[in-house]
Design a protein. Structure first.
Length: 565
């Protein structure tokens, strides 16, 4: 018996010495971590995409008008958002608490009800039904409307009742026409009139400069006269475009849709305010897929409206991408040069060790501190100096002396320089010492060795640092709030106006858009789906940027391995 126990003890001792329990614990921890990441991403993906899926609308009849959180409404139609258990006390503490099921419905019609959601007890429900004729209208203001259409009043005086066969066809055709006119108006306002305003701003700045200068020469007086004539021409073009846009806006309000709310109130809406309408309870599965794809496309490529709670996020996607690109271009040279000097040229000693410690400590500094530094150094000092030298005509209005996408990119570059330095140093140290000695023995200089052999072999590790920097930089929000990000940017950093790339402009960012919609919107509860959808797009953008860098890194690694044989 003792021999058997002794053999088992030796076996267990060998088992522990090999570290197999720790391997299994590490595998278990990795599995739990991956499951948590997958669960979180799945939760965001589900809540971020379900908002575009046309859900079934249910009409509920309650016992009385006081059963709903919207007082005075006994009939409610909306999209079921979930059921929860609630417990509350009545009268005093001596009474046993009551537990009941409470349902949450999205009812829309915020302009009438004052809120987008309602709550009611399940026990108060008398009947439920899914009416086929109920319509969901996506409006330009006040969110979605859930209504029963009654008639369509055309500008020509013709009236089409909702029960007629050509009602839906006519309504769909008119909504498409409204959409086309809306795009024409946006093109006039955003591009054509915007281009004229851009030119007129330059003319006004030049005229103000000459007025302040005084004692103009003959050539300068002719220049002033030419500028004024050019301004008159632009003003005439502006009036023509404004007249055309106003005519299109008048056409938008010619036709009206009259409807009845589920609670009985009557109302109407101009078709110019209708962005989309659906009959969710009549759609087949494939029709719902079509609506889903159409709404998702408008969300990605559309512009925001109604305090960013409706519409698309294209400016935020574009701003995030451009800012991350600027950050990457700025962070790589400084990070790589610093790492090469520290690893290859600097004499190893207390000073270099202190520098490395400082670099590692910089990685732990709160990002808002970098934002304050960027505001003081880049915006006020560097930007103000640029305005004094190159944009004195525009003063006191700042050009580069205010927050912009350039300063945001440079601020995030400073934030991520420690990451690139550490990754580059690790990559340089991984290159075999024999490579350096062999090149030096063949007569190559130290810089030739680094340039031709060490850096190409270290490039995959350097790109790993870039991947980490992009992942961190694209998701940062706190420093951007000080150096250029805004809730709504009227113009993109890149457009058709010379010099085409406007690095001084403020921009929109997906991370700040999430904060603004989730915490600053007038109806934050109704904006929760938009928060999840924007978060999903931000994660997808970071994944795309990282995958691009990873694919480039793998390509370079394979190329180096192939050239080694």
């Amino acid at each position: 018996m003792s021999q058997v126990k002794e053999r088992e003890n030796k076996k267990n001792q060998v088992y522990r010495e090999k570290g197999e329990p720790f391997v299994w614990f590490a595998a278990m921890g990795l599995t739990v971590g991956l499951l948590m990441v997958c669960f979180l991403f799945g939760l965001i993906a589900f809540n971020g995409t379900v908002v575009f899926w046309p859900s079934t609308i249910v009409e509920v009849e309650l016992e009385d008008q006081q059963s709903s959180s919207i007082k005075g409404q006994a009939t409610i139609a909306g999209v079921a958002e979930g059921v929860r258990t609630r417990t509350e006390r009545v009268l005093d503490d001596s009474i046993v608490p009551q537990t009941y099921l409470e349902e949450r419905f999205f009812v829309g019609n915020r302009d009438v009800y004052g809120q987008s959601f309602t709550h009611f007890r399940t026990s108060k429900v008398v009947s439920r039904k899914t009416p086929k004729e109920i319509m969901l209208i996506e409006r330009g203001e006040w969110g979605d409307a859930l209504v029963y259409p009654e008639k369509l009043q055309l500008g020509s005086g013709q009236t089409i009742q909702a029960k007629t066969q050509d009602f839906l066809g006519t309504l769909g055709r008119l909504v498409v026409e409204v959409k086309d006119r809306r795009e024409q108006i946006a093109n006039i306002d955003r591009h054509q009139i915007g281009r004229i305003n851009f030119k007129m701003r330059d003319i006004e700045l030049s005229l103000r400069y000459f007025e302040q200068k005084g004692n103009l020469s003959h050539n300068e007086q002719e220049t002033v006269l030419d500028l004024k004539n050019h301004r008159k021409e632009l003003e005439q073009q502006y009036q023509i475009l404004e007249t055309e846009a106003n005519q299109l806006r008048e056409l938008q309000s010619l036709n009206r849709l009259y409807y009845r709310l589920p609670s009985g109130e009557q109302g109407s809406i101009s078709l110019g305010d209708v962005y989309r309408f659906t009959l969710p309870n009549q759609l087949s599965f494939f029709q719902k897929v079509g609506v889903f794809l159409s709404e998702f496309k408008d969300f990605i490529f559309g512009y925001p409206r109604e305090a960013n709670t409706e519409g698309g996020i294209y400016p935020a996607i574009f701003g995030t991408f451009v800012m991350t690109l600027i950050m990457s271009i700025a962070v790589m040279p400084f990070g790589v040069i610093a790492a090469v000097y520290l690893r290859e040229y600097a004499k190893q000693g207390p000073l270099v060790r202190a520098v490395r410690i400082s670099v590692n400590n910089l990685a732990g500094v709160p990002s808002i501190v970098f934002g304050v530094f960027g505001l003081g150094f880049f915006v006020y000092l560097l930007g103000g100096t640029i305005d004094q030298i190159f944009y004195s005509k525009a003063l006191p209005s700042p050009t580069f002396g205010a927050g912009g996408i350039l300063w945001a990119g440079l601020t995030l570059a400073l934030l991520n320089v420690p990451v690139v330095i550490v990754a580059t140093e690790e990559a340089l140290s991984a290159v075999s010492r024999g490579v350096r000695e062999g090149a030096l023995a063949c007569g190559a200089s130290k810089w030739q060795t680094i340039q031709s052999l060490v850096l190409p072999a270290s490039l995959p590790g350097i790109l790993t640092g870039l991947v980490l920097a992009m992942a961190r930089g694209a998701g940062e929000v706190a420093p951007l709030m000080l150096v250029g990000v805004v809730a709504l940017a009227p113009n993109l950093p890149i457009d058709g106006n010379f010099p085409f790339i406007h690095l001084e402009r403020s921009f929109m960012h997906l991370g700040f858009h999430i904060y603004d919609v989730g915490f600053q919107s007038p109806d934050s509860e109704a904006a929760i789906p938009m928060v999840f959808a924007t978060t999903l797009v931000l994660i997808a953008l970071i994944i795309v940027l990282n995958l691009s860098a990873i694919l480039l890194r793998n390509h370079i690694r394979k190329k180096n391995q192939a050239s080694a044989f």
